[in-house]
Design a protein around this ligand. Structure first.
Ligand SMILES: *Cc1c(COP(=O)(O)O)cnc(C)c1O
Length: 210
C-alpha cells in the first residue's frame, strides 16, 4: 500500500514536471503558493548569507503579500537590503527599472507573472534574461498565471517558480516551488529531508495527487 502511494506521488511530480518542462527532482511540493514564495525568498536569502555572498533583494510593489511581506521581514529582522520596484499606470514593471536596481550584491529578483488583483502580465521572460545575465537568481510567482499561460521554465528563463494548486483546479493546501538544478536554497522547514532536503515533513499524499 505504501509503495502505491509513493508511486502516485512520483507520478504527480512527473505530471508537474511535464507541465513546466523540468525534471522531477526540480519539483518541490509545499503547502501552497504562500509557502512556495516563502521558500524561494527566504531560502535564497539565507543561502546567500551563509555563503557570504550578497545582501540585496528586488521585488515589485504589486507582489502578492506572500512575497512582499516575506521580503519586508527579511529587511526588517534580518538586515537584508530591499528594493521595491514601482509599476506604471498599467501595473507594468519597466525593464529599465529592473536593470537599474541590480547591484553587485543582489541575490534575487522576484517579479510576479500575473497579478492577482488586476491581471496584468509582466514580461517575465525578458526580465529573467536580463537578471540572469547578471548572475542573479530570478523567481516568479506564477500562482495566478498557471491556469492560463505558458509555464515552461526554460521559455520563461526563471530559476524558481511558485504555483498553488487551488488556483488551477487543484485542492486547497498544496503547491509547488520549481527550483532549477544548481540553485542553492536553505530549507525553511527542516527535519527528515523530504523534497530534496528543502521541505521536510511527511508528504501530504492525497493533496499532492489532487
Ligand atoms: C493566491 C496567491 C498566492 C498564495 O497562494 P496560496 O496557495 O493561497 O497560499 C500567492 N501569489 C498569488 C499571486 C496568488 O494569487
Amino acid at each position: 500500500w505504501g509503495q502505491r502511494a509513493e508511486y502516485a506521488v512520483a507520478s504527480a511530480r512527473q505530471q508537474i514536471g511535464d507541465i513546466v518542462g523540468c525534471q522531477s527532482s526540480e519539483v518541490v511540493f509545499t503547502s501552497g503558493g504562500s509557502e512556495s514564495d516563502n521558500l524561494a525568498l527566504r531560502g535564497a536569502a539565507m543561502a546567500a548569507r551563509s555563503a557570504g555572498r550578497g545582501n540585496h533583494l528586488v521585488v515589485t510593489a504589486i507582489e502578492h503579500y506572500a512575497v512582499l511581506n516575506t521580503a519586508r521581514q527579511l529587511r526588517e529582522l534580518y538586515d537584508f537590503d530591499l528594493t521595491v520596484l514601482p509599476v506604471d499606470s498599467f501595473g507594468l514593471v519597466s525593464i529599465d527599472h529592473v536593470a537599474a536596481a541590480i547591484r553587485p550584491d543582489t541575490i534575487l529578483v522576484s517579479v510576479m507573472y500575473a497579478n492577482n488583483e488586476i491581471g496584468v502580465l509582466q514580461p517575465v521572460a525578458e526580465i529573467a534574461k536580463l537578471v540572469r545575465q547578471h548572475g542573479v537568481l530570478m523567481h516568479t510567482d506564477a500562482v495566478q498565471a498557471a491556469s492560463q499561460m505558458e509555464l515552461n521554465v526554460d521559455a520563461l528563463g526563471v530559476d524558481m517558480m511558485s504555483l498553488g494548486a487551488h488556483k488551477f483546479y487543484g485542492p486547497k493546501g498544496v503547491g509547488v516551488l520549481y527550483v532549477r538544478n544548481g540553485v542553492s536554497l536553505e530549507p525553511v522547514m527542516t527535519g527528515g529531508g523530504q523534497e530534496q532536503g528543502l521541505r521536510s515533513g511527511t508528504h501530504n499524499v492525497a493533496q499532492i495527487i489532487g
